[in-house]
Design a protein around this ligand. Structure first.
Ligand code: B12
Length: 581
């Protein structure tokens, strides 16, 4: 029986999924030999996370809940973030993927944060920092004039610690750093990654206010504020600074923008302070020392067939969402947090992040192009449904287990709505878990129908979109020659043997115009408590004006942040296609 289940799961996993699991996730003995199957991995995680039930319902059969969790994961319909898969039921026991560490203007506390960075990275988590409180370069330190190293130098200290530690022994840390546009060192920060070999485990963003964006439009100056004294120490022209940001993002992909006023309009616990920092891949704004665990529903597996027509299976989604929310809430209880202050802060708000992956693969199966109004309508419909049901599940958990401790003073108290979690939804980047599920990542369009993934420290994994392969075989245009040619040149759109309707459905990241990338992101953001992790991929030929337009559009359309990348603007990149022009 066990062997049969194992075979069933393994046949659902793609060869690339198995490769990633073997290399990074499955437990090993002291000699490095793999000691568990994927099936046993999902059982280990399900059992461990189900333990939390005992605290609340001693009478409940933990095994029954564990079975529900197991089925959700083993069917690849729901996967939690990587640290949960890696560490549940192990000695490490750290299950969250995103953390925010404060970086105050004090040597002792800053080096505490460096220590916490090492501890979090060791357990596989990603970290968001905000260096806006660090005194500017050259400020006085005690009696010493012109002594402060400044915030950018400090980022290198964190990057060094993160580089030294390989996450869970397997990969480098994932970090993001934010600096307020009004910091006197802002121009230095904007250029901090102009040498692309520096800070490669960091993604940098400039935090901008609505006032700043208004001034970009009007061409006015704005004030630079010394965080040490709170006084204005100079001014810059907003549109000139915006141009610098655009210029650098066009050159290397960093920095992006964080729209901090928009983020705080959604702050569920304003009485605990303003949100200033986003986590590793931009998916979540958290308070200092907060952490969050994420999980993603595989939309490509949420379809049903009737009379030969596919449609979204809302009943299946409705069954899965409360299981996923219960799972993520349980994780907070069974998690071994890296330091006590993170445990205390996380348990105050109990934020979780349920999101989706495989959105593009779902659209392909439904015959809908990613860059169409139909796709926007579907994005809104699905995310609104998930968001409402997730809130309902959190409400039911509040009745069963109590509201989150910081509920008084929260936006939910004002509405008189008991909630177990201060926030419920997030679109995570789903870097590795989408490979395990064998689907397109997060809400990104497909990168190409056939392409090479350069990951796992230099391994090249060939990816053929399974729906493309199936359609090509069914409609008789599949050939080895076609696949080989598509790997070396992504000219699907100009291949005559590929019917036009197929070319339209398999629209790839660089063929989706930047406006459509932003429209899809905005459609999801409208129904997400936290933020959306997404990159607007531009073709190499994109101009600086194209980037500037997208940055403006992102602000106008209510995104919480924006990340762009122009193809081949860096010498090496993980996803490669050879497309001329
Ligand atoms: Co990134 N990133 N990233 N990123 N990132 C992605 C890989 C992707 C595909 C996002 C997208 O466009 N949808 C693009 C690459 C486009 C492409 O290949 N054609 C991308 C980009 C462009 C960037 C940035 C330029 C910022 C930006 O988006 N504008 C910077 C550049 C970093 C640098 O200076 N080298 C950037 C930064 C990051 C951080 C936040 C630092 C982390 C990486 C942490 C680290 O170094 N360890 C990060 C992640 C985690 C991802 C993400 C979400 C998952 C990667 C992953 O886990 N892959 C992917 C999106 C996705 O795949 N869904 C984007 C699966 C595992 C099994 O493989 O070998 O462990 P892996 O993956 C590693 C590499 O992918 C590497 O770090 C990963 C984790 O160790 N990596 C690299 C991540 N991003 C980048 C970017 C470049 C240029 C390089 C060389 C390497």
């Amino acid at each position: 029986m066990v062997l049969e289940i194992t075979r069933e799961i393994e046949s659902a996993l793609t060869p690339n999924a198995l490769r990633v699991l073997e290399k990074r996730y499955l437990r090993r003995d002291r000699n490095g030999r793999i000691t568990e199957t994927p099936e046993q991995m999902f059982r280990r995680v399900a059992r461990f996370v189900a333990q939390a039930e005992k605290q609340y319902r001693p009478e409940v059969e933990v095994d029954t809940i564990a079975d529900e969790f197991y089925r959700a994961m083993a069917s690849l319909e729901f996967l939690p973030n990587s640290p949960t898969l890696l560490n549940a039921g192990t000695e490490t026991g750290q299950l969250s993927s995103c953390f925010v560490l404060p970086v105050p203007d004090s040597l002792e506390e800053t080096f505490d944060a460096v220590k916490y960075t090492a501890m979090i990275h060791k357990s596989g988590g990603g970290i968001g920092f905000n260096v806006s409180h660090i005194r500017p370069t050259g400020s006085a330190v005690g009696e010493h004039f012109d002594a402060a190293g400044g915030p950018v130098a400090l980022i290198h200290v964190f990057a060094g610690a993160a580089d030294y530690i390989r996450q869970g022994g397997v990969r480098r840390g994932c970090n993001s750093v934010v600096m307020s546009v009004s910091h006197p060192d802002i121009l230095h920060f904007i250029n901090a990654k102009s040498n692309p070999s520096l800070l490669t485990n960091f993604y940098n963003s400039v935090s901008v206010t609505d006032d700043f964006m208004d001034k970009v439009r009007s061409g006015d100056d704005y004030c630079l504020i010394d965080p040490n004294t709170g006084r204005a120490v100079g001014s810059l022209n907003a549109s000139a600074v915006f141009k610098r940001i655009v210029d650098q993002a066009w050159s290397t992909g960093d920095p992006g923008l964080v729209f901090i006023d928009r983020i705080n309009r959604d702050n569920p616990t304003p009485s605990l302070g303003r949100l200033e920092t986003i986590t590793g891949c931009g998916e979540q704004a958290l308070l200092p020392y907060e952490s969050c665990n994420l999980g993603s529903i595989n939309l490509a597996a949420m379809l049903k067939e009737k009379g030969g027509t596919l449609s979204i299976d809302f009943n299946k989604l409705a069954r899965l969402i409360p299981i996923a929310v219960r799972f993520l809430d349980n994780v907070i209880d069974v998690n071994k947090f890296p330091v006590p202050v993170i445990e205390r802060t996380t348990r105050l708000t109990r934020k979780i992040g349920l999101g989706v992956m495989g959105f593009a693969d779902m659209l392909i199966q439904l015959g809908v192009s990613y860059n169409s109004t139909k796709a926007i309508t579907m994005a809104e419909e699905i995310m609104e449904f998930i968001s409402e049901r997730a809130k309902e599940a959190s409400y039911n958990l509040a009745l069963e287990r109590g509201v989150f401790p910081a509920w008084s003073g929260s936006i939910y108290e004002k509405r008189g709505l008991p909630m177990r979690n201060a926030s419920c939804t997030t679109i995570a980047p789903t870097g590795t878990i989408s490979i395990i599920a064998g689907v397109s990542s997060g809400i990104e369009p497909i990168f190409a129908a056939v392409f090479v993934r350069n990951i796992l420290d230099g391994e090249n994994l060939l990816e053929i979109n399974p729906y493309f392969e199936r359609i090509a075989r069914e409609r008789g245009f599949y050939s080895r020659e076609l696949i080989e040619q598509l790997v070396t040149s992504n000219h699907l759109h100009s291949r005559k043997e590929v019917p036009e309707d197929v070319r339209k459905i398999f629209v790839t990241a660089h063929r989706v115009s930047p406006e459509w990338h932003v429209r899809i992101q905005a459609a999801f953001q409208r129904h997400i408590d936290n933020a959306v992790s997404k990159t607007v991929n531009f073709p190499k030929s994109a101009s600086r004006e194209d980037i500037a337009r997208v940055f403006m559009m992102a602000w106008e359309w209510g995104l919480k942040g924006i990340t762009v990348y122009r193809d081949r603007s860096r010498q090496s990149q993980p996803l490669c296609i050879n497309e001329i022009g």
